[in-house]
Design a protein around this ligand. Structure first.
Ligand code: MG
Length: 403
């Protein structure tokens, strides 16, 4: 059978979601063609990806690394053109030939290209949590004005989507009335991170080297710390609220240590349907790429589903989770404040300049200092984010005496 090839750009191809996407695309090469890739600093891996996958365009966003790369290889390698910075990202995310944009860049660099991709009516596969949490309102209002589609690749949200679609319902992003008329509850699972069984009195002794070891998923340092504080699950509650818009009391998380059940959807009739899979990012990535079909063939061995366990989250150990829930409830720029204050705190914790238990206290203090408002454009979001970051830094310096 011959398929119409769909063109894909990956913003952030050298990270783990990006690299997994390239592997999935290779196995589905009769359906997809790679158009653009990008990296910030990892030009060595980018060069390998250019020679292996031959995209039309490769973008480097770090100025120094771009210059270094072009001095070494020129501005074209075979059929691949090398572009620089945000302009380059906009090129690969809004060009007419592009059908699908995978947004896998960490942080705010992803915001403008995603908004551009939305205005150019692309399918956006979103792996970036920060911009959903910090700029959710803007993203939803932009989506409502366009024909673009935004599909989550975060394993839990992708799992929710899979259950919803597989049950014959539609994907109508943020449509409160629709989902309220069809669903009772959404539950996402959490592995619990490395400190679930640690006595609360020991939490003050946690160092960054302990927090970056995750039991079931292999991830970057920042997200591993977020997992260990359960902030990651809190951010995912905000993400789930944004995508499906049930009342907050109907969106919950539960500890499931084996990371094989990713989400559970309780329908109006009281039936609950769960999504299960190995913790392998290629599964949600492939589903988003071929949505709503299942075409990708996993190479994993037969999965074992014995001894699955579920427990409530021990809230007293994980105040970050509760902070995120109240941000989800308050809306407006609460997610932005939470995300920025958390990122700065985690940065200081990773350098062992503050304690693990300081992280939620700092975030709470930042909330006390920053005004809750709505940001309705990219500029005010970026400005507000910078402001919260500098308030957080100031507070840490003043209170914790660290440079
Ligand atoms: Mg997740």
């Amino acid at each position: 059978m011959v398929f119409v090839l769909r063109s894909v750009s990956i913003l952030g191809s050298t990270g783990s979601v990006g690299a997994n996407t390239l592997e999935v695309l290779t196995s589905l090469s009769e359906r997809f063609r790679l158009y653009g890739i990008s990296c910030n600093q990892n030009i060595l891996l980018l060069h390998n990806q250019i020679t292996q996958y031959k995209p039309a365009i490769a973008v480097i966003t770090d100025e120094k690394k771009y210059t270094e790369f072009v001095n070494q290889h020129g501005s074209r390698i075979g059929d691949t053109e090398i572009l620089y910075g945000e302009e380059g990202l906009n090129e690969i995310s809004s060009q007419k030939v592009v059908d699908i944009v995978v947004a896998a860049i960490v942080g705010f660099t992803c915001l403008r290209p995603v908004i551009n991709a939305i205005s150019s009516n692309k399918t956006i596969i979103i792996a970036n949590k920060e911009i959903l949490v910090s700029a959710g309102e803007l993203i939803i209002s932009s989506l409502k004005k366009s024909k673009a589609r935004l599909l989550p690749v975060d394993s839990e949200h992708n799992a929710l989507l899979q259950v919803i679609i597989s049950s014959g319902l539609e994907y109508r992003i943020n449509d409160k009335n629709y989902y309220k008329s069809k669903l009772n509850n959404l539950t996402i699972t959490a592995s619990g991170g490395p400190f679930l069984d640690l006595e609360i009195s020991e939490f003050k002794n946690i160092k960054s080297k302990h927090a970056i070891k995750h039991p079931t998923w292999s991830m970057g340092k920042k997200i591993s710390v977020d997992s260990s504080t359960m902030m990651n699950k809190g951010l995912e509650i905000i993400e789930a609220k944004l995508l499906f818009n049930l009342d907050l009391e109907n969106i919950n998380a539960i500890i499931h240590r084996q990371s094989k059940v990713h989400a559970l959807v309780e329908f109006l009739d009281g039936s609950t349907i769960a999504h299960m899979a190995e913790p392998d990012m290629k599964i949600p990535i492939s589903y988003a790429l071929t949505f709503p079909d299942r075409i990708y063939k996993s190479s994993a061995e037969k999965t074992s589903y014995d001894s699955l366990t579920f427990e409530d989250i021990p809230i007293s150990k994980f105040p970050c989770y509760e902070l995120a829930r109240s941000a989800a409830k308050n809306g407006k720029n609460s997610g932005l404040i939470l995300n920025a204050a958390n990122e700065i705190s985690v940065e200081y914790f990773l350098k062992d300049k503050i304690m693990f238990t300081d992280i939620p206290n700092i975030i709470q203090e930042v909330f006390d200092k920053v005004e809750i408002t709505s940001n309705d454009n990219i500029e005010s979001i970026i400005e507000n984010d910078n402001e919260v970051r500098s308030i957080s830094q100031g507070l840490i310096k003043e209170k914790y005496g660290t440079a």
